[in-house]
Design a protein around this ligand. Structure first.
Ligand code: ATP
Ligand code: MG
Length: 448
């Protein structure tokens, strides 16, 4: 590790550790090519703590006097992902692909939360922000906008305005004068991140930091930025479609399973209260290779369509292509399909797609995935009014899943008439015909 007397060190962009000499591979996290030269700011500022030592408080005092109320934005999809609104003094990092709607969502949240807000936009001019605010119909009384990009200037404005919230759009475009690297450099992002954190924790201000993502899909800059903040949100979606999914990658004060669904419109991000309806809107219920699965996103069931196409491989090794589902899980399911159910897909290209850009990582989707593939292979549709769920074991057994009741009720609400479910844990839902199965082959008898 670097000694305090050493001027220039080498900083790892992955783990944030520093070293006195350059290495091709970071000795701490073993990543290759991540070490970058870094000169700490003059005057021994590096690693400097807060000016005053914070007072010692007993947990009892904090619990009785602490004000940890959450401020809701009224945008319920956002509040849910945050774990019930913004917590005072917390730092939220919002990442996402270019043009996905990060600034839009941050500005809408700033206007909706109703507290004094400083919106720092180093990327766009004040006029551009105002134009967007007008388009969104956001009331701007309490939102002040600055295009300052020096941290020192931003800090000054924070101490003058004393805002309850501030938005940094984006962390890659601001810099501190104490560092000599360009904005967006690992050292700048790290220093500015640390300063934002200090301001939030000492003043009780809530910050929303917007972060650009790299082509690998992670927030650009040091990985440690994600460790420093309280909540990391990702706005996902296909820019060619209008829906956007907001996911919590990390949340110190809430669940990371919740997902917020939005639609990008001319008036900004509109909440989608009935995501199941949206995801099933374009479904052709009589088409072969399609199955509906009630997925569980946190506490909310969302019905999604799983599509599969099995076609004869024209040459070479058959392809397995999957979007929104685990490829290795698919391979396992294809093996079960061949071995236990006699549906031969070894010489077929198999494509599986979870419609609407949804990503499913629960094994409860197994039955729907395997049925969609079999349906395409047999060229025989799964009944359009049926939902499928259940985890599949290697022996071909259909295993119980969590949250079946909620899933079935959502299916019933959307007009489905039948459900094929695992034998164990099945509960009757009025108006929905349940077929309980112990194995996949029993399930296939009911479906095909
Ligand atoms: N008038 C409009 N009607 C509909 N959608 C619009 C309109 N203007 C902008 N958009 C949408 O807003 C998106 C840009 O949103 P925003 O600027 O919030 O994205 P961002 O994630 O902040 O982008 P960047 O990475 O460039 O900062 C555009 O891709 C477009 O889909
Ligand atoms: Mg933006």
């Amino acid at each position: 590790m670097a000694k305090a007397s050493i001027k220039t060190v080498f900083l790892c962009s992955e783990c944030g550790n520093d070293f006195s000499k350059w290495h091709g591979k970071c000795p701490a996290c073993n990543e290759w090519g991540t070490l970058k030269e870094y000169t700490p700011p003059a005057g021994g500022q590096r690693g400097k703590g807060r000016a005053n030592t914070p007072p010692l408080l007993s947990l009892e005092d904090i619990l009785t006097n602490g004000d940890s109320e959450r401020a809701t934005t009224g945008i319920s999809e956002l509040d849910r992902v945050l774990g019930g609104g913004f917590l005072r003094g917390s730092v939220v990092l919002l990442g996402g692909n270019p043009g996905i709607g990060k600034s839009t969502l941050a500005l809408q949240a700033a206007a909706a939360v109703g507290g004094t807000t400083l919106y720092v936009s180093a990327e766009e001019s004040q006029e551009q922000i105002a134009l967007r605010a007008k388009r969104l119909g956001a009331s701007g009384e309490k939102v002040s906008i600055t295009s300052e990009n020096r941290w020192e200037g931003i800090e000054e404005q924070i101490s003058l305005l004393k805002p309850e919230y501030f938005v940094i759009d984006s962390i890659q475009t601001i810099f501190t004068e104490r560092g000599d690297a360009l904005p967006g450099a690992i050292s700048q992002v790290r220093e500015c991140g640390q300063k934002i954190l200090d301001v939030c924790k000492s003043r009780g201000t809530t910050a929303i930091i917007i972060g650009h993502v790299t082509k690998e899909g992670v927030i650009a800059g040091p990985r440690m930025l994600e460790h420093m903040v309280d909540t990391v949100l990702y706005l996902e979606g296909d820019t060619r479609h209008d829906y956007r999914l907001l996911r919590a990658e990390k949340n110190r004060f809430g669940s990371t399973n919740e997902v917020g669904v939005f639609e990008m419109t001319g008036e900004g991000m509109r909440e989608v209260k009935n995501p199941s309806e949206m995801f099933l809107a374009e479904r052709q219920s009589d088409a072969a290779g399609s199955a509906v699965f009630p997925s569980m996103e946190g506490t909310r069931p969302i019905l999604v369509e799983i599509q599969a196409l099995a076609s004869n491989a024209s040459f070479g090794t058959p392809q397995r292509n999957v979007t929104g589902f685990d490829l290795r899980r698919l391979s396992m399911l294809l093996a079960v399909l061949e071995k236990r159910l006699g549906v031969i897909v070894g010489t077929s290209d198999v494509f599986v797609n979870v419609v609407g850009g949804m990503r499913i990582d629960e094994p409860a989707a197994d039955l729907a995935v395997i049925s969609a593939v079999a349906s395409s292979k047999k060229d025989q549709a799964v009944p359009g009014d049926t939902v499928l769920m259940g985890e599949i074991g290697l022996a071909g057994e259909l295993r119980s899943i969590a949250g079946m009741d909620g899933r079935l009720k959502e299916a019933k609400r959307l007009g489905f008439k039948q459900a094929v479910v695992p034998h164990k844990g099945a509960k009757k839902v009025q108006g929905l015909h349940l077929t309980t199965c112990r194995t996949v082959s029993e399930a296939f008898k009911a479906i095909f």
